[in-house]
Design a binder for this molecule. Structure first.
Ligand code: 13P
Length: 292
């Protein structure tokens, strides 16, 4: 069933596992992710950034690709179709395209503006009975060779965004998009625990927390973070690396020169299988297998 993901995330939070949130880059990704989740009986969030939507055409193409692939494969596991790192304008575009779940990323805005815009978006999203993820504290990454650690949000700021009407919250705890550098200090699990404890104390319930930059974090750290309240783990780079490696090996072994392997349906097959294997592996680590 295609759902908004609210119950999916609350169940994960209560039962101490995380729902995998895989980014969809094209048709091969959509297919591999659904096949993996169906095989593992895992709920899944299939997410699309504005950039990926543009690459595929627009948000409608991306939505329909996921929804139609889900139907074509006869899938039954709960799936949510989610806007990843949405800007204020992209929120409307994704809602118009029937996305069931929205992330509004106001983390680069001054705090008061992030809170104001997040609560405005929350009203819109909830009128349509969809899920909203907010973000507080920036998630680091590499830009033009400069590596940023990511800014840890204060507990005070975290509470303000949490109270802006979100159903889930992405927190910066030293996580980074893209591959982790060798000198990366690891997740700040102590800060995550403080966030989790404070939110329960102030809100009176466990708000599902989201870990971005899920590729390449040692499994024991991801599992420790899940125990502390992470209910959704975002993975993109790991699928791209798996796909690239498989295709590269295929070409380097001259397999692309055999028979009709120039046909993209054959040329890309090994890459698609590698994405599926990556998804199955992550599902096992996140503990979402059998939770559909
Ligand atoms: P990675 O590409 O590092 O896995 O991060 C994905 C992500 O957080 C998407 O929002």
């Amino acid at each position: 069933m295609i759902t908004n993901g609210v119950e999916m995330l609350q169940k994960a939070r209560a039962e101490h596992y995380a729902v995998p949130a895989f980014n969809v880059n094209n048709l091969e990704w959509a297919k591999a992710i659904i096949l993996a989740c169906e095989k593992m009986q895992s709920p899944v969030i299939m997410q699309v950034t504005g950039g990926a939507a543009k690459y595929m055409g627009n948000f409608k193409v991306a939505h329909d690709l996921i929804a139609d692939m889900y139907e074509a494969l006869g899938a039954t596991v709960p799936v949510s179709i989610h806007l990843d790192h949405g800007t204020y304008a992209e929120v409307d575009e994704a809602l118009d395209a029937d996305f069931t779940s929205i992330m509004f990323d106001g983390s680069s805005l001054p705090l008061e503006e992030n809170v104001a815009k997040t609560s405005e978006v929350a009203k819109k999203v909830h009128i349509h009975n969809k899920q909203l993820e907010g973000e507080v504290g920036t998630i680091g990454g590499e830009e033009d060779g400069v590596i940023a650690d990511g800014e840890l949000a204060s507990l005070e700021d975290t509470l303000k965004v949490a109270q802006a009407g979100v159903d889930s919250l992405a927190v910066g705890i030293g996580n980074i998009h893209g591959p982790y550098p060798d000198n990366w200090k690891g997740l700040n699990l102590a800060h995550l625990k403080s966030i989790s404890d404070m939110l329960y104390d102030k809100l009176g319930y466990d708000l599902p927390l989201v870990l971005h930059g899920g590729s390449g974090i040692p499994d024991d750290q991801v599992q420790a973070a899940i125990k502390l309240g992470i209910s959704k783990v975002n993975v993109n780079t790991e699928g791209q690396l798996a796909f690239h490696k498989a295709i590269r090996n295929f070409v380097q072994a001259d397999k692309d020169l055999e028979g009709k392997n120039y046909d993209p349906r054959r040329f890309l097959e090994t890459g698609t299988e590698a994405i599926q294997a990556m998804c199955e592996d992550r599902i096992t680590v996140f503990g979402s297998n059998g939770k559909a």
